[in-house]
Design a protein around this ligand. Structure first.
Ligand SMILES: Nc1ncnc2c1ncn2[C@@H]1O[C@H](COP(=O)(O)OP(=O)(O)OP(=O)(O)O)[C@@H](O)[C@H]1O
Length: 940
């Protein structure tokens, strides 16, 4: 109907203009900013893109996407001039008609006059006037709807509609932009007629196909473009479940997964005739039914897709063949039960159709509301039906679509038309501001191909293939319906692979050089790291070494200081010893304070006291008693002749007395051993558990007196050296049970005195020991030529619990040291050295000694060897040695170390001591033994 020829509105009606057309704002002249291309470094892709065609720019005639709204067209069906006749032939797939009206065409009264209620105001607006039958009701106001893209009157031809509405879509489609056109309107309003038409009056699809193939004819270079067409429908089986049927095939059912239809057949269309033939076949297969409003009413949503498939080319994608899809949908018409008279299954179909249309409208309304107010979320109404699911992208504004509203102009269709216009007129406000860029898939491929060529320089060839496979898989997943495109794309990928291979070969030398340089760089970097780590380690080690050096320096300095202190002490000690020696010599027995005494508590603490070189502090001991527990060892060395050392010890278990008198080339050593020994004397006297003291003296001026009295074990060691004679004598005493052979009968717990004398002026060393359990006294004399222990002889009678004393007397100036211990192990080591030739060395034995040890120094005691000192313990006399006058020469001093407590011994001990006349005899025998040993040594 031509709006110009439309009748004016009735005077009694009020025209209500709804949705007045809004004037779009003037598009600002957005002139692109001029870029300074000189500042931007050119990307060296000319060579890469030389073989690739740049995408063709869209025609300038196409509107910019941001300024495009949803196009809503309105087409008014002409008023029927004759009664509707039932169609003679119906499709097999058509739903059965209403049983009550089966095979009964809709009858229209012959005298029925049709009055139009819709008036076309202009090309974009119409006026809906209330029919006369409804004037009595409240709805008496006319309604004006504007803002349409175009309003096609009742007398508009198919071609005009196509030229105005579809041709732009086809042109865009051919340019690579997908589009969709959907016919929406009540049943019998002419949707199918608009979409498909008839052979005599073809609809939009045939015209579009003609346009497509006609458009490509003048471009022989584009003759290789191929188009595929698919037609399927969505219908409802008894209004319960939606089903999809492929109308190009034998009507097989297909399925939809999300928004993708699987199993849909695409028919290659190469010409218009072929396409029209396929369309006619599909229309025949479509489900239709005769209703009161339409003799051949469509009962399904029919969807026609025309897809532009990219043509094959040598590795280059034709930008024009971008896979655009032109979709045209013939929706089922909304039906009112009163008008259609549907019942039963048909009524269910009507409900299903109405519901689908309602969902479709809800999606668009939601999109519109979302665009108006971004706070409102975009509702997912599309999930409510297969149709909306399939058209999701269009309904969400991602793709462009157009609507063609078909309306009947009769008064009896006033309500349907009014409902349609009220529902669909707001859709024209939908804007496409978020439309995906056209040819996205093809452009992705194109850019991917370009990037492949670019990446060939940097990445291996395998990565390109992998990337291509991923792209292919992605395409396969997303575009399953594009089977042919997949094949084509696969072929393109293969071609690209070939090209990539060639390009890889061409870039191979560069890649090799880069790889070599990178490899060398990595190697050098790793080498530098290793060197750096090694240097770090050496640096740390050097710091540690420096610290150690500093500490060593400190310790060296400390040692030096200590050494100096020791030297100072030594010098002082020497001076002190020299002074003391002189004084001792001059003083009497009262001056025993110069005698060094050590009382260690164990064997380890036994110290050898060297008067000459050792700086061990001395403990001067006088005649006082010095109780010593444990083991004590005293070693005393003296070099000077005037030196006098007294060492006294008393231990409970072990005691050792060691006296060293060092004289150049002469050593006097008395050693005490705890091991059981068997001493063989000349008289075959065997002594068990006795203490034995050996005392050797070579020079007459040497005087050593050692006395020990252990309870269990005692050891006495006397080492005397003489400067005058080069014959060291070693005396060893054993305190363990030993078997001494002497002239006397074997006695347990007796002491054995061994006396070695080599010369007449040999001093006598007497070792006296007393042991309760085991006493042994060994004397080992060592000479320079032989250090083996000698066989000691004892002339004395073995007496229990007595100590043996060895006395060496070399010269008359030799002092005598007497030490005794009674109940505990005692080791007395005396080293006496005197520069003046010793004349006498007297050893006295005390048979009864007190517990405490006391030493007495007696001078000028000559010839008292073998005398019982216990008789005169308190007053030692300096006398010449009567029994050995040969040893009494030049006897000047006589040191007697005796305990005052010796008098306090028990009765038996005192008796033994009183009846000790054999001591003199023993001394003589000892002297004899000394002489013998001396001779033996001389022989050796
Ligand atoms: N513009 C038109 N010019 C001439 N005839 C038309 C026009 N529009 C529709 N018709 C005729 O009206 C009848 C019904 O049209 P059509 O089948 O296309 O309606 P419809 O909207 O598809 O109905 P339904 O939704 O039930 O399928 C057809 O016989 C068709 O020839």
């Amino acid at each position: 109907m031509d709006p110009n020829t439309s009748s004016p509105p009735c005077s009694g009606t009020i025209t209500v203009r709804r949705n007045p057309p809004r004037r779009a704002r003037a598009t600002p002249n957005a002139t692109p900013q001029s870029f300074n291309l000189h500042e931007i470094p050119p990307f060296p892709n000319d060579e890469v893109l030389s073989a690739v065609q740049t995408p063709e720019i869209l025609p300038t005639s196409l509107p910019k996407p941001e300024n495009e709204n949803l196009k809503v067209f309105l087409r008014i069906r002409p008023l029927p001039s004759s009664p509707i006749q039932a169609p003679r032939v119906r499709a097999k797939s058509a739903w059965p008609q209403n049983p009550s009206k089966k095979n009964a065409p809709a009858r229209i009264p012959k005298n029925k006059t049709f009055v139009a209620c819709i008036t076309v105001n202009d090309s974009q607006s119409v006026t809906l006037s209330t029919p006369s039958t409804l004037q009595d009701s409240k709805r008496i106001k006319s309604e004006t709807y504007g803002g349409f893209s175009h309003v096609f009157s009742s007398d508009s031809s198919q071609f005009q509609v196509y030229e105005r509405m579809v041709k732009p879509l086809v042109e865009e489609f051919l340019c690579g932009r997908s589009g969709m056109l959907a016919a929406l309107g009540p049943s019998g309003s002419g949707k199918t007629h608009t979409v498909f038409g008839s052979p005599r009056d073809p609809g939009m699809v045939p015209l579009a196909l003609r346009h497509i193939f006609k458009d490509i004819e003048p471009h022989p270079t584009q003759a290789s473009r191929t188009f595929y067409m698919s037609i399927f429908e969505i219908c409802s089986e008894r209004g319960k479940a939606e089903k999809l049927f492929d109308l190009l095939s034998d009507g097989s059912e297909i399925i939809m997964h999300q928004s993708t239809v699987k199993g849909l057949r695409e028919a290659l269309i190469s010409n218009v005739e072929q396409a029209e033939s396929l369309i006619s076949q599909a229309v025949l297969k479509r489900a239709t039914a005769m209703t009161n409003t339409n003799s051949q009413s469509s009962r399904s949503q029919c969807i026609i897709n025309i897809r532009d498939v990219p043509p094959k080319c040598k590795g280059v994608v034709n930008p024009k063949s971008n896979g655009a899809v032109l979709t045209i949908i013939d929706l089922a018409g909304a039906e009112r039960e009163k008008r259609t008279g549907n019942q039963g299954a048909r009524l269910l179909e009507s409900n299903f159709i109405n519901n689908t249309l309602m969902v479709f409208g809800l999606c668009l309304r939601s999109l519109l509301e979302h665009q108006k107010n971004r706070k409102k979320p975009l509702q997912k109404h599309f999930q409510s039906s297969l149709l909306t699911r399939y058209l999701r992208d269009y309904l969400e504004g991602k793709k462009r679509m157009s609507l063609i509203l078909t309306a009947k102009s009769g008064e009896e269709d006033y309500l349907d038309t009014s409902y349609l216009l009220r529902q669909a007129s707001p859709y024209m406000q939908i804007k496409y501001n978020e439309v995906e860029p056209p040819n996205i898939v093809s452009k992705k491929r194109h850019y991917q191909a370009s990037s492949i060529v670019d990446n060939t320089k940097l990445s291996p060839f395998s990565e390109h293939l992998k990337r291509l496979r991923l792209v292919s898989e992605h395409v396969e997943q997303n575009d399953e319906k594009h089977v042919e495109e997949r094949k084509t794309f696969t072929e393109d990928v293969k071609t690209l692979c070939k090209l990539d291979t060639s390009s890889f070969v061409s870039f191979k030398p560069e890649c090799d050089s880069d790889a070599k340089s990178e490899r060398s760089h990595i190697i050098m970097q790793n080498f530098a790291k290793v060197i750096w780590n090694v240097l770090k380690q050496y640096n740390s080690k050097l710091k540690v070494a420096e610290i150690e050096i500093e500490s060593l320096k400190g310790s060296i300095g400390y040692e030096k200081k200590k050494c100096l202190e020791l030297e100072t002490q030594l010098n002082e000690f020497k001076a002190f010893c020299t002074c003391c020696k002189g004084r001792e010599i001059k003083n009497g027995p009262e001056d025993c304070s110069s005698v060094g005494l050590d009382q260690p508590h164990n064997w380890e603490q036994q110290e050898t006291f060297h008067a000459q070189s050792s700086s061990v502090p001395r403990v001067d001991q006088s005649d006082e008693e010095v109780p010593v527990l444990g083991t004590s060892c005293t070693r005393l060395d003296s070099e000077n002749l005037d030196r006098e050392v007294l060492s006294l010890s008393k231990t409970e278990h072990h005691s050792a007395l060691e006296v060293d008198a060092e004289i150049p080339n002469e050593t006097f050593h008395a050693q005490s051993s705890s091991e059981p020994r068997v001493n063989h004397s000349d008289e075959d006297e065997t002594v068990l558990d006795t203490s034995c003291t050996q005392l050797d003296s070579e020079n007459s001026d040497r005087e050593v007196f050692s006395l020990s009295k252990p309870e269990h074990h005692s050891a006495s060691e006397v080492d005397a050296g003489s400067k005058i004679l080069n014959e060291p004598v070693h005396a060893k005493s054993s305190f363990k049970p030993g078997l001494d052979q002497s002239d006397e009968e074997p006695t347990l717990g007796t002491s054995c005195t061994q006396l070695d004398s080599e010369k007449s002026d040999r001093g006598i060393s007497t070792s006296l020991s007393k042991a309760e359990d085991h006493n042994a006294l060994e004397e080992i004399s060592h000479t320079q030529s032989s250090s083996e222990p000698r066989v000691d002889k004892s002339d004395e009678e073995s007496v229990p619990c007595i100590s043996s004393t060895q006395v060496d007397v070399e010269k008359s100036d030799r002092k005598i040291l007497v030490s005794s211990s009674r109940q505990r192990h005692t080791t007395l080591e005396v080293e006496a050295e005197n520069k003046i030739p010793s004349e006498l060395f007297v050893s006295s034995s005390l048979t009864s000694l007190p517990k405490n040890v006391s030493s007495t120094k007696a001078q000028n005691l000559v010839g008292e060897i073998g005398l019982d000192n216990s008789r005169k313990p308190t007053k030692p006399k300096r006398t010449l040695m009567p029994s050995s006058s040969m040893l009494s020469r030049d006897l000047r001093t006589f040191d007697l170390c005796d305990e005052s407590e010796s008098i306090k011994g028990n009765r038996s001990t005192r008796k033994l001591a009183a009846h000790d006349p054999k001591i003199s005899n023993g001394s003589i025998s000892l002297l004899h033994l000394l002489q013998v040993s001396r001779k033996n040594n001389l022989h050796r």
